[in-house]
Design a protein around this ligand. Structure first.
Ligand code: TYM
Length: 328
């Protein structure tokens, strides 16, 4: 079996963008791939976090990963900071990545502008740690949303460069970006990505939002003045709603256009909201149940960390030998 791996940051409750771009697809990978999923808490401190909140969010996110269908019996489900090999390989890869390459990362430029008071070295070398996450496990495929494409490219470059010097140490990974839902936009500003840190809370649907809150957010979604449900350039709001509806229901754009022809935007927004509510209802139910049993969650992440660490150590040991570190 090929190996698939992906991580998500515990910086807030996950959004509908995280879900449609990544998490929804992860569960289905479990049958065909050897699967590893993790919570990127090391990455999250590139932006200042409140310690108690970070701990709570990490626990909640772990429960959410299980609620969307990731099964600790089928997948390795771990927390990045529990597996020290990530930091260790991250450091080594820092030394095999050029300043100029990192300086071209669009996410760094965006985040540096957003957090001008805290442009720390970790924010800059973030892609090296992400490369370590992936390369440690020799992952073949990395299922992510479109915004992670550039990070996957630099990971491939780092792997190829390292292999070029030392022989075949790392598997060079491929991104897997879903056809529908790879880039979910804000409901209030459909030219920018739906994000955890959007200052306008109405633009972002969180996976734990109550049904009436979800309906309200969709009803007030920004559209256009045309009154016709079809996918076209310049119709960013409708395009986004169609994308969400398609990713949730599996309907093609043609089917959606046919089903909503002659109907108003009000009807369409209501239908999209209802589809999202129906999709999230069972997820929320499982999530709330799982959060009742912290002891079980802890058992799962402890086991996940042990298994991950054992695998990660194989690659790390090999790398340390290749670069010339003395054995103990
Ligand atoms: P993060 O935590 O920002 O997002 C987790 C996943 O959700 C996807 N995503 C979206 N997809 C569609 N539309 C959106 N609006 C949207 N917003 C987020 C992201 O593409 C991602 O797949 N650097 C990563 C975490 C990471 C990682 C890794 C991923 C750390 N190490 C190793 C893969 C492999 C990040 O910040 O994702």
């Amino acid at each position: 079996k090929k190996r698939s791996l992906s991580l998500i940051q515990p910086t807030s409750i996950p959004t509908l963008g995280n879900y449609l771009g990544a998490m929804k697809g992860w569960a289905s990978f479990q049958d065909d791939f050897d699967t590893i999923f993790g919570i990127a808490d090391l990455h999250s401190i590139t932006v200042r976090q409140d310690p108690a909140k970070l701990r709570a969010q990490t626990t909640q996110l772990y429960a959410m990963l299980m609620a969307v269908g990731l099964d600790p019996q089928k997948s390795i489900l771990f927390v990045q900071s529990h597996v020290p090999q990530h930091s260790q390989l991250g450091w080594i890869l820092n030394c095999y990545t050029q300043f100029g390459e990192l300086n071209r990362m669009t996410q760094f430029k965006d985040k540096a502008a957003q957090h001008a008071d805290n442009v720390n070295a970790g924010l800059f070398t973030y892609p090296c740690l992400m490369a370590a996450d992936i390369l440690l496990y020799q992952a073949d495929v990395v299922p992510v949303g479109a915004d992670q494409k550039q990070h996957l490219e630099i990971t491939r470059d780092i792997a190829e460069r390292f292999n070029g010097v030392y022989g075949n140490v790392f598997t060079v990974p491929e991104p897997y970006i879903p056809k529908a839902g790879a880039r979910v936009m804000s409901l209030q500003n459909p030219t920018s990505k739906m994000s955890k840190s959007d200052p306008n809370p109405k633009g972002t649907v969180h996976l734990t939002d109550e049904p009436n809150v979800i309906m309200k957010k969709f009803k007030s979604a920004i559209t256009d003045s045309e009154m016709s449900v079809h996918y076209a350039e310049g119709k960013d709001g409708i395009n986004n709603l169609m994308t969400i509806y398609s990713a949730v229901t599996g309907d093609s754009f043609e089917t959606i256009e046919h089903d909503f022809s002659g109907k108003g935007y009000g009807d369409f927004k209501k239908a999209v909201g209802e589809a999202v509510v129906a999709e999230l209802e069972p997820v929320q139910k499982r999530y709330n149940e799982l959060l009742q049993d912290k002891k079980y969650l802890q058992e799962c992440w402890t086991q996940g960390a042990d298994t991950a660490s054992r695998l990660a150590n194989r690659t790390l040991t090999k790398v340390m030998k290749k670069v010339g570190f003395l054995a103990k």
